[in-house]
Design a protein around this ligand. Structure first.
Ligand SMILES: [Zn+2]
Length: 589
């Protein structure tokens, strides 16, 4: 793309040459492009949805309906050619439908040449001009973008609110803009010595041309290209050992200067943690740019608000940078499976943040469990198998994608064991990077690495709203032994870790697998004795086991002592014996 942004009119004029490869088995008679800026017009689907949903995004509300002509966003197509010949198209909201004069057969390519003109909207959501911290341009979802076609067909979704799915490509982008503006974005700047602003080679003399500057970026094998521009950016750099090089762009102010400097060190540590725990970041640079309206992930960069407190700045940095693994490199379909991106990203960043701030990693996901339980309490839970735009409430989407996606992994750790789990996460990344994995691709890797069947788990968690609730139903004291009956109160079957603590302090973990897994998880904690019991077939509502101690010798019995199961009723999970036994027996009758 070759584009010019006029900083007086806020309009972009440009050309786009797209060499499109049809790697599918189908002949394509049409292609679709996204025209995201068209969402920022009164009466757009984004506008109408936001004015009708019961819990609108505070950033949008009815703001789109009030935009004036010079504040809206638009994307006008001035011409479109396929292999040099004009072709027909029509625009419906944020989707451009192109009818090809020459169908594209499988394993062939075609070239589209487009001329377009856009107006950058006042910032409402993600993209736009003049964000609330005074960043001039947040240029995301900013160009006519080809839609993804795969074995499920076209993913040409209207831009209603959220989540994206994109085609892999090599980008070469030339951006011409007023010379006082500093640009940060996806990819690597090719002409740093002609631009300066910290992009020049160390010691190089910068020779800028007169007038506007043209910034030449190249990014290979990425799913999108985003950038931001502001005259007040400072540009810091830091190197992660073994890469990548980190770039930071922010406006100096009382609220940013100290926090950003301190955050830069933690960003380096965050990349080191992610590289070693979840797989190696494949690009050689990453830019953390003040801009946007919160935090939003893009390949090789993120736009984040920059004036928050230090913990929130680190939190948003870690979350967005972790997206590099799940949104940018694995790039599963975020529209259809937002939990596979947002949830996995949240899971990884929560563990990293715990390490960065020296708090227990085992407790790092407790907030996700709390929001899941709260969603249920409010009666708002929906299956997380839905397209991200089609949830009834934003709350159900947010908790479903982020919290339930996080719990999906933390609970999987419980099912297959911690060590295997991390090995599986790396194997998933290394097997599926740059390939758009589907949910089944993820669970198959986890099945192979653990040797356990896990489809039942994915199916219950993603496709249903069934809940986990196990409880201690009954304890019978006989001579020399105790019989404990457990109950599956919820419909969702799970393997059960049951901790028996004796009055002398001895602990024994009883492990009751579910026969759905066709096997047992390995011992996780070698310091505690574990006894493996017969599997609990999921159709049985109860399960009785025998402990060779008298009730008097048992101090407590607890289901899921590691608190990794999203058990919706924990009151029935633990019993202290001794004086409480009588009360417990009474309450179960
Ligand atoms: Zn996210």
């Amino acid at each position: 793309m070759d584009v010019r942004l006029d900083v007086k009119t806020h309009r972009v004029t440009g050309t786009q040459k797209l060499t499109y490869y049809n790697n599918s088995k189908d002949t394509l008679n049409k292609v679709y492009y996204h025209l995201y800026f068209n969402a920022f017009q009164p009466g757009s689907m984004m506008d109408v949805r936001s004015r009708n949903i019961m819990d609108p995004d505070a950033r949008i509300k009815d703001r789109i309906s009030k935009l004036k002509d010079d504040e809206i966003g638009y994307q006008h197509i001035e011409s479109l050619k396929q292999d040099g010949k004009d072709i027909g198209y029509k625009i419906d909201g944020t989707i451009l439908e192109v009818t090809l004069s020459k169908p594209i057969p499988p394993n062939s390519k075609t070239v589209f040449d487009m001329k377009f003109e856009s107006q950058v909207p006042i910032q409402i959501r993600r993209s736009g001009r003049n964000n609330k911290e005074g960043i001039a341009y947040s240029m995301t979802q900013w160009y006519p973008k080809i839609a993804e076609y795969d074995f499920k067909g076209w993913h040409a979704y209207q831009y209603v609110a959220r989540e994206f799915h994109s085609v892999w490509g090599d980008f070469e982008v030339k951006i011409t803009i007023d010379p006082t503006f500093i640009v940060g974005g996806t990819g690597k700047l090719q002409n740093g010595d002609k631009i300066g602003y910290g992009y020049e080679k160390p010691g190089a003399t910068v020779k800028r041309a007169d007038g506007e500057l043209t910034w030449h970026f190249v990014a290979k094998n990425v799913i999108d290209f985003a950038w931001a521009a502001d005259p007040d950016y400072v540009h810091d750099k830091a190197l992660v050992p073994n890469g990548p090089e980190l770039h930071f762009f922010y406006q100096k102010s009382e609220k940013t200067t100290q926090n950003w400097k301190k955050m830069e060190d933690l960003a380096v540590k965050h990349f080191e943690f992610m590289n070693s725990t979840f797989g190696k970041y494949p690009y050689d640079s990453y830019s953390i740019i003040q801009g946007g309206d919160g935090g939003m992930e893009y390949p090789m960069c993120t736009l984040i608000l920059g004036e928050g407190s230090f913990p929130s700045l680190v939190g948003v940095m870690a979350h967005e940078a972790s997206h590099s693994w799940y949104q940018a490199v694995l790039a599963s379909n975020e529209s259809l499976y937002p939990w596979q991106d947002e949830g996995f990203t949240d899971f990884a960043s929560q563990e990293s943040i715990a390490l960065l701030f020296n708090t227990p990693v085992t407790e790092s996901h407790s907030g996700s469990y709390a929001s899941y339980f709260n969603l249920i309490k409010r009666g708002l839970q929906e299956p997380i198998s839905q397209h991200s735009d089609h949830y009834t409430t934003n709350t159900a989407y947010g908790t479903g994608a982020y919290a339930m996606g996080t719990i999906l992994l933390h609970q999987l750790k419980y099912i297959i064991g911690e060590e295997i789990f991390y090995k599986g996460m790396r194997q998933y990344y290394n097997t599926w990077k740059f390939k758009h994995p589907e949910p089944n691709d993820f669970i198959r890797v986890m099945e192979k690495v653990s040797g356990l069947q896990l489809k039942w788990y994915l199916n219950y968690w993603v496709n249903t709203t069934k809940r986990i609730d196990y409880g201690i139903k009954n304890i019978i004291n006989t001579e020399g032994a105790t019989f404990i009956t457990l109950e599956r109160v919820g419909e969702f079957p799970m393997p059960v870790d049951l901790m028996i603590t004796l009055t002398d302090g001895t602990r024994e973990l009883l492990y009751i697998p579910t026969n759905e897994t066709l096997g047992n998880k390995p011992v996780e904690d070698k310091t505690t004795q574990r006894k493996d019991l017969e599997a609990w077939p999921w159709v049985y509502p109860t399960y009785t086991l025998k402990v060779n101690n008298t009730v008097a010798e048992i101090a407590s019995i607890e289901i899921d002592p590691s608190l990794r199961m999203a058990d919706v009723e924990r009151k029935n999970n633990r019993i202290e014996l001794g004086q409480e036994l009588k009360a417990f027996e009474d309450s179960t009758r």
